[in-house]
Design a protein around this ligand. Structure first.
Ligand code: ADP
Ligand code: NI
Length: 206
């Protein structure tokens, strides 16, 4: 089986398994992360491009379909998919990478020497900042029915407003980049977040 075919069946598997209402992790998020990951790897040339592609495609499948305690069922489903489709050789690496890719994971324990994990983490985080990051944050906040801004809220890691989420997470992502290519892209997107906040407060305090 050639790689192109394996990528196309993985795409179908992912599209089928991403929950439709979870637009924070919809197919377009996967597409954007894939483009970022390819770009970073073309510059850095550090990861096997096929393994990276498969890991990027699958990185939110378990999260999206099986929340909370059931997440292990998600990994088991992915494992079975890789086994039954001739990708047993990369199965353990891919599962390890996607287990550790998420920012929301409390104790990331991933192998920080694996370039596939490093590039996936950078790419996933880049899609949470810049204009896309702003759009995703307010989309998520709307979905949760959160306030856009709570003026007297002290950002303490778990804000109830979407502006609070900028301080909890988004403004920290730039300094969490692993690759220099990721860091360069993050600089521009981070500046955009700062500009957005500046304008937001200007209008709020009109
Ligand atoms: P990941 O799976 O990459 O760890 P999450 O599932 O936590 O990320 O978040 C998906 C998207 O939703 C991101 O763009 C993130 O910034 C946004 N998001 C997550 N939590 C909040 C929140 N409390 N308020 C606003 N946006 C949020
Ligand atoms: Ni993601």
């Amino acid at each position: 089986m050639n790689n192109e075919y394996l990528i196309s069946i993985t795409e179908e598997f992912v599209k089928h398994n991403l929950k439709r209402y979870d637009s924070g992790h919809d197919w377009w998020h996967i597409e954007r992360v894939r483009r970022l990951a390819r770009f970073i790897n073309e510059k850095e040339k550090c990861a096997d491009s096929f393994t990276l592609e498969i890991a990027v495609l699958l990185h939110d499948t378990a999260d999206s379909k099986f929340a909370g305690d059931k997440i292990d069922q998600g990994y088991a489903m992915i494992k079975e998919f890789l086994e039954t489709n001739g990708m047993s050789d990369i199965k353990d690496q891919v599962i390890e990478v996607i287990r550790n890719a998420s920012f929301s994971k409390k104790n990331p324990t991933g192998n920080l020497n694996d370039p596939v994990l490093l590039i996936l983490q950078d790419s996933d985080k880049l899609d949470a900042i810049g204009a896309i990051g702003v759009a995703r944050a307010f989309n998520y906040g709307g979905f949760r029915n959160n306030a856009i801004y709570i003026p007297d809220e002290k950002p303490a890691g778990k804000s109830n407003s979407t502006i609070g989420h900028f301080y909890d997470k988004l403004l920290k992502l730039k300094d969490m980049m692993h690759t220099s290519t990721g860091r360069n892209i993050a600089e521009e997107r981070h500046l955009y977040l700062e500009k957005f906040l500046e304008q937001f407060y200007k209008e709020w305090n009109f």
